[in-house]
Write a protein that binds this ligand. Structure first.
Ligand SMILES: Nc1ncnc2c1ncn2[C@@H]1O[C@H](COP(=O)(O)OP(=O)(O)O)[C@@H](O)[C@H]1O
Ligand SMILES: [Mg+2]
Length: 212
């Protein structure tokens, strides 16, 4: 059975190849991607100088004003509500500029505002492993293909489906939705996205059953 220590070993060996490695963590909304990436990065770094950094795909959410302009605000979170080409370009930069002089800045995602936040995640030159996580890393359509191509490996988080939905509802409530709004959003919008993501599971290099 796969353990968290196995994942740590695998991540370390990816980063042991000389240059900078990019590891992707995919999975449906609420599957536990962000939590797993955070734990991995924390354990890998220990108390020394950080050599692993977490970069969220969520930083490439289009801003609400742009979603309004495109008429896509009501399905925020779907693949075409992200700047996939910008994400792919950032991943390429993270690889190409690994030994450069400058810190590369990735955008973060502000959960209360539900908006991307530029310049939130610094990736300084000594970083040897970028752990990037999000729903659509394995989608393989349009610019998402370039996202996958920029990554050395992609792992797929698989959690119990009822548990995933329960946690997702709880997270929406935590960030301001009423219980009814949260359930409605999860059943309508998130569920469609979850089905798209589930269909990409077989493209993963490793399936990670959660919780570990
Ligand atoms: N192993 C776990 N045990 C308990 N709760 C968890 C676990 N992993 C994630 N969660 C909770 O589930 C919710 C979704 O997890 P998150 O990592 O944000 O998922 P994702 O990034 O895939 O959407 C969060 O509220 C998180 O705190
Ligand atoms: Mg997340």
């Amino acid at each position: 059975m796969l353990t968290f220590d196995d994942l740590l070993c695998r991540a370390r060996s990816l980063a042991g190849g000389g240059g900078r490695a990019l590891l992707g963590i995919a999975g449906g909304p609420g599957a536990g991607k962000t939590t797993l990436a955070r734990r991995l990065v924390r354990e890998l770094n220990g108390t020394g100088d950080p050599w692993a950094v977490q970069v969220p795909m969520d930083g490439f959410h289009l801003a609400d004003a742009e979603l309004d302009r495109l008429g896509r605000r009501d399905r925020k979170g779907a693949p075409d509500t992200f700047d996939a080409a910008g994400y792919a370009a950032l991943l390429r930069r993270l690889r190409d500029e690994a030994d450069g002089e400058d810190t590369v800045y990735a955008p973060g995602f502000e959960r209360v505002l539900e908006q991307p936040l530029a310049g939130a995640v610094p990736v300084p030159p000594p970083v040897r492993l970028v752990v990037t996580e999000g729903n659509y890393l394995l989608l393989g359509t349009g610019a998402w293909r370039r996202v996958r191509a920029a990554l050395d490996e992609v792992w797929f988080c698989e959690s119990d489906e009822d548990e995933r939905v329960r946690r997702l509802v709880a997270r929406h409530e935590e960030f301001g939705k009423t219980h009814e709004q949260a359930v409605a959003w999860v059943l309508r919008s998130d569920q469609r996205n979850a089905e798209l993501v589930a269909a990409t599971r077989e493209r993963a290099d490793l399936v990670v059953p959660l919780p570990l």
